[in-house]
Ligand binder design. Structure first.
Ligand code: RM4
Ligand code: MN
Ligand code: MN
Length: 430
C-alpha cells in the first residue's frame, strides 16, 4: 500500500491547535440554527455523504490560448496528477474520485493505475474523451470537426477513440463517459446546421451502443469556443434533444461556464431534472466568456441557487437523482492544489446553505404568492457563514480544519519541485 502523500501526524497537530476555536464557532452556529429549528449535526451528516470529483487536467497549471506559466513541482503525468489529487482528498475529504481525460492521461497499465489510485485513497469518476485536438499518433485531423466531420473516416476515428475511452474506463472502474466536442464553425455558410447535427446523432449513437449496461453517457454542451460562429452542441436544448434521441443512458452535463452570460442556469437544472436528463455538473465560475475560473470565485450566489434547485430536485424525485459532480477548471495564476481546495470548499458551502433553506416556509410563500418572503427564505440561508460546519465535518473525516494553511505548511509543492521534471511552457491545458 503506497503511503498517503501527507503525514497524518501533521494533520492531527494542525487540527489539535485549531479545535478549541472551531468548537466555539460550531457551538455558536449550532445555537443560531437551533433557534430556527435546525439541528447543526443533521446538516453536518448530510454533507458527509456529498462528494465531487477532481479533474486530472486541473492539477497542472492550465494556461490560456495565449500562454502557460508552469510552476516548479507541478505534475506532468497521470501518476503525479493522482498524487496531487490525493493531497486534495486527504485535506478536504470530499474529493475521493478523479475524472481522467484521454489521451492526456494515457498509460500502458490501467489495472495498475486503478490500484495505484486505490492506494492513494482515490477512485475514478467519468472518463473524458478528447477529439478537440490532434494527437501525434492519429491518422486523420480534427481540424474540420470530429464526431460531426463531413469525412466519414474522421468520424470513425472519433467514435473509435470514444469506444477506447469506455474500455479504459471499464478497467479503471468508471461508470460514465463525458463527451464534449469542440465541433462547429467560424464562418457563416461554412456548415449545414441540420446535416452536422444529424452526423452527431448517428456517431453519438455508435458510442452509445458501446456503453456497458450500468454506464451513462454524459453529453456536454458549450456555447462557443473553439468554434466562434456556431457550435454543434451549443446549448441545453440541443443537448436534451440529443439525449432523448439516444436513450435512457444518455444524460446532459451542465458545465457552469458553458452558457451565454445572462442565462438562468438554475432554471436549466430544474428543467433537465424534470425530464430525467440531469446527468452531471462541471463546476467552475465565469465572468465574461471564460469557463475555467475557480468555483464560487465570481458568483457564489449563482452556485447557491444551483444547489437550491438540486436540493429541490432530490426531494421531489430521490430515486431519479444521481448527478455526477465534477470540478472542471483551469488554474493559471494559482497553485492548482490551492485552487482545488478552495473550490471544493465553495461547492460544499453552497450545498450546505441550500440545505439550510426553510423549505416549508419557501413553499408556503411560493404557494401564497408572497414574493418577498419566498425571497427571504433563500436570503436567510445564504447569509449564514457555514464554514464551521464544513471544517468540523472535514476534521471528523480526517481532513484539515484550515485546508490551505495545512497545505502550505506541508511544503508539498517545494518538495515536489526537487523531485519532478519541469513542465513545459507550451500553451494549453495539459
Ligand atoms: C472544455 C469542456 C470539457 C473539458 C475541456 C478540457 O471546455 O469544459 O469538459 O474536458 O474543456
Ligand atoms: Mn467541462
Ligand atoms: Mn469548459
Amino acid at each position: 500500500m503506497a503511503e498517503l502523500p501527507l503525514s497524518a501526524d501533521q494533520i492531527a497537530a494542525h487540527n489539535a491547535a485549531r479545535l478549541p476555536a472551531l468548537q466555539d464557532e460550531y457551538e455558536s452556529l449550532g445555537r443560531q440554527l437551533d433557534r430556527r429549528g435546525i439541528t447543526i449535526d443533521t446538516i453536518k451528516r448530510r454533507i458527509t455523504s456529498f462528494s465531487v470529483a477532481l479533474p486530472t487536467w486541473g492539477s497542472g497549471t492550465g494556461g490560456t490560448r495565449f500562454a502557460k506559466f508552469p510552476i516548479p513541482g507541478e505534475p506532468t503525468n497521470i501518476h503525479e496528477k493522482l498524487e496531487d489529487c490525493a493531497v486534495v482528498q486527504q485535506i478536504t475529504r470530499v474529493t475521493p474520485r478523479v475524472s481522467p481525460h484521454f489521451p492526456w492521461d494515457i498509460t500502458d497499465d490501467y489495472d495498475g493505475l486503478r490500484k495505484e489510485a486505490e492506494s492513494l485513497g482515490l477512485g475514478f469518476d467519468a472518463v473524458n474523451s478528447n477529439t478537440f485536438q490532434d494527437q501525434a499518433s492519429q491518422n486523420r485531423s480534427y481540424r474540420h470537426g470530429s464526431l460531426t466531420a463531413t469525412d466519414a473516416d474522421v468520424r470513425a476515428q472519433a467514435v473509435e477513440h470514444n469506444l477506447k475511452c469506455i474500455e479504459i474506463g471499464r478497467a479503471l472502474g468508471s461508470k460514465a463517459i463525458t463527451v464534449w466536442i469542440g465541433d462547429g464553425t467560424n464562418f457563416p455558410g461554412q456548415q449545414d446546421f441540420a446535416a452536422s447535427l444529424d452526423r452527431y446523432l448517428s456517431t453519438a449513437a455508435e458510442i452509445y451502443r458501446g456503453l456497458p449496461d450500468d454506464w451513462r453517457m454524459l453529453l456536454e454542451h458549450k456555447l462557443y469556443e473553439p468554434a466562434f460562429y456556431s457550435t454543434v452542441i451549443s446549448d441545453w436544448g440541443t443537448s436534451i434533444l440529443a439525449a432523448q434521441e439516444l436513450g435512457p443512458k444518455a444524460q446532459c452535463l451542465v458545465d457552469l461556464g458553458h452558457h451565454a452570460p445572462t442565462v438562468n442556469i438554475e432554471q436549466i437544472v430544474a428543467r433537465l431534472h424534470r425530464f430525467g436528463k440531469l446527468g452531471g455538473f462541471h463546476f467552475n465560475d465565469s465572468k465574461y466568456g471564460d469557463d475555467d475560473l475557480d468555483s464560487g470565485s465570481i458568483n457564489p450566489h449563482q452556485l447557491f441557487l444551483v444547489f437550491n434547485e438540486l436540493v429541490e430536485a432530490e426531494r421531489r424525485r430521490p430515486d431519479d437523482f444521481r448527478p455526477a459532480y465534477m470540478i472542471d477548471q483551469s488554474h493559471n495564476v494559482t497553485d492548482p492544489i490551492e485552487s482545488m481546495l478552495s473550490s471544493a470548499e465553495a461547492i460544499v458551502a453552497a450545498y450546505s446553505k441550500a440545505l439550510l433553506i426553510d423549505r416549508d416556509a419557501l413553499h408556503a410563500a411560493q404557494d401564497g404568492n408572497d414574493v418577498m418572503m419566498a425571497f427571504q427564505a433563500l436570503r436567510r440561508a445564504y447569509r449564514l457563514d457555514v464554514s464551521p460546519i464544513l471544517a468540523m465535518a472535514r476534521m471528523e473525516a480526517g481532513g484539515a480544519i484550515e485546508p490551505i494553511e495545512l497545505y502550505r505548511d506541508s511544503q508539498w509543492r517545494d518538495r515536489k519541485a526537487q523531485e519532478r521534471k519541469p513542465a513545459t511552457g507550451a500553451a494549453g491545458i495539459v
